[in-house]
Design a protein around this ligand. Structure first.
Ligand code: ADP
Length: 480
């Protein structure tokens, strides 16, 4: 058998490691991309939304006494600078923004922004840009300024203005902090990946490798159920499945050996008889009697039966035989098959009782079901012991017909019962010579009954005898 090419395949250990590494690197790259390209725009848009929200909340309190408190609390809570100007309080140039914490807009800037807001359709103007700070540091800061014109109906002097501004630039400091954090984070991810790879290899890959090593011996029916590989459910199940497979392989191997032993024994016995009788008739012309010729014919027939049975079983097992589906009366089939066994009653002193029902119309393969029945009968004759007592029954019950063959022979031990239908299984290894059996009769019966989806079984007690039975559904009209 050609083994699959393994060289180019990656081992599970390497696969787990590389997947985790790819995952770790992916996470780090995602973070870098976020920081380099997305952090600033996100921060900016957040700031814009934020100043707009502040402007909205100030607008809500424009005409209330709480306005000053609202402005103050917003400024304490946030880093935004809020200014409300009313025309009645003087010109824009004189507007005071003394409560701004971070920076102050020049009067010119206020005028410019206000002019732009009043010209826009919704009375608002958003300015986002850099602005040089006054003072010693002369830093350039990115700022956002949101100007809103508020029409005040009762005020003739003009409109009120709400201005909210905030800085965006401090994000640089945040980015630097994040970048240094990213380094630590990267290092933690790499260490995490290494530890995780080790742990996963130890927990997942290693048990599988153990199982793989032991499974290599499976073809010889050997499998070492290693308890250290039972670290997780799937490994444990795989272990158990392989152990069962090893037992089955051993069994099949034993069955194959038994077959060869049994078949060669069964072939040799008639062959010895044929050769012996042939040679005897050649050497002693007076032995050329009809009886001796009959022995040769009988033994040849036995050989023929054996070979046919073997072929039959192998074709049934390969699914090459299909059963026909005809309607027939099973009761009259059993009745007519029973006539074959009259000879045992007359010649060999057998007591064979028949309790066969009137009519039992079923669907199936007549010939094959007769074959099963005859196998049960042959076995009963071979294994009925001194009692030579056999009871055949066909009974109908609950829409089914049951055919059973009971003997009062040595019976079958409990431990052998489950194996009785197996190929070539013999309870007694000492070969029992049967009139037409080949040692695989029950295996053939099982295949046929399975194809019919029949119920079947055996009840047996040591020294009390056995009852082999099968049952089939009756055709509709029979059920009433
Ligand atoms: P064989 O040709 O050996 O009878 P079968 O497949 O028909 O082969 O039966 C398998 C085995 O089952 C037999 O070898 C025998 O040990 C056991 N067996 C079958 N029928 C009976 C029975 N009626 N009583 C006791 N043992 C039986």
């Amino acid at each position: 058998m050609k083994r699959p090419e393994n060289k180019k395949r990656m081992s599970l250990k390497l696969k787990i490691g590389s997947y985790l590494l790819i995952f770790g690197l992916g996470m780090i790259s995602l973070l870098v991309v976020f920081q380099m390209f997305l952090l600033e725009p996100m921060y900016e848009s957040n700031k814009i939304r934020f100043v707009k929200e502040i402007s909205d909340s100030v607008l809500k309190y424009m005409k209330t006494d709480e306005l000053d408190d609202v402005i103050e609390s917003q400024q304490v809570r946030t880093d935004a600078c809020i200014a409300v100007y009313r025309p009645s309080e003087g010109s824009y140039e004189e507007a005071r923004f003394s409560n701004c914490m971070h920076y102050r807009l020049s009067a010119l800037e206020i005028l410019e922004n206000t002019a732009k807001a009043s010209k826009s359709s919704d009375g608002t103007y958003l300015y986002v840009g850099e602005r040089e700070m006054k003072g010693e540091s002369r830093n350039r800061l990115k700022v956002v300024v949101y100007t809103r014109i508020v029409a005040e109906e009762d005020d003739d002097d003009g409109n009120a203005v709400i201005m909210v501004n905030s800085t965006i630039s401090p994000i640089d400091a945040a980015v630097k902090t994040l970048q240094s954090q990213l380094l630590y984070f990267g290092a933690i991810v790499v260490i995490g990946v290494i530890v995780l790879t080790y742990l996963m290899n130890w927990r997942i890959a290693e048990p599988l490798m153990h199982i793989n090593e032991s499974a290599k011996k499976l073809s010889e029916g050997e499998y070492e159920n290693n308890p250290s590989t039972n670290r997780y459910l799937e490994a444990q199940e795989l272990n158990e499945t392989l152990s069962r497979a090893a037992v089955d392989i051993r069994k099949a191997d034993q069955a194959k050996r038994d077959l060869i032993a049994n078949v060669s024994h069964d072939l040799r016995t008639p062959l010895t008889m044929i050769t012996g009788y042939g040679e005897m008739m050649l050497d002693l012309p007076e032995e050329k009697t009809d009886e001796n010729v009959q022995v040769i014919i009988d033994e040849s027939k036995r050989l023929n039966t054996l070979v046919n049975d073997l072929l039959d079983l192998s074709r049934l097992q390969e699914g090459k035989i299909t059963i026909s589906s005809e309607s027939f009366d099973l009761a009259s089939l059993i009745r007519s098959e029973m006539r074959k066994y009259d000879v045992y009653r007359m010649k060999d002193g057998f007591r064979i009782e028949e309790y066969i029902c009137e009519n039992a119309e079923v669907t199936g393969d007549q010939k094959r079901l007769a074959q099963v029945f005859n196998n049960f009968m042959t076995n009963a004759i071979n294994y009925c012991g001194e009692a030579k007592h056999i009871i055949v029954r066909t009974e109908t019950d609950k829409g089914r017909v049951k055919v059973s063959v009971q003997d009062f022979g040595p019976g079958i031990a409990e431990k052998d019962l489950k194996n009785i239908w197996d190929r070539y299984y013999k309870v007694d290894r000492e070969h029992v010579r049967v009139s037409s059996g080949s040692g695989i009769g029950l295996a053939i019966a099982k295949e046929i009954l399975d194809l019919h989806h029949c119920g079947y079984g055996v009840e047996s007690k040591v020294d009390q005898g056995s009852t082999f039975w099968f049952s089939l559904p009756l055709q509709e009209r029979e059920r009433v």
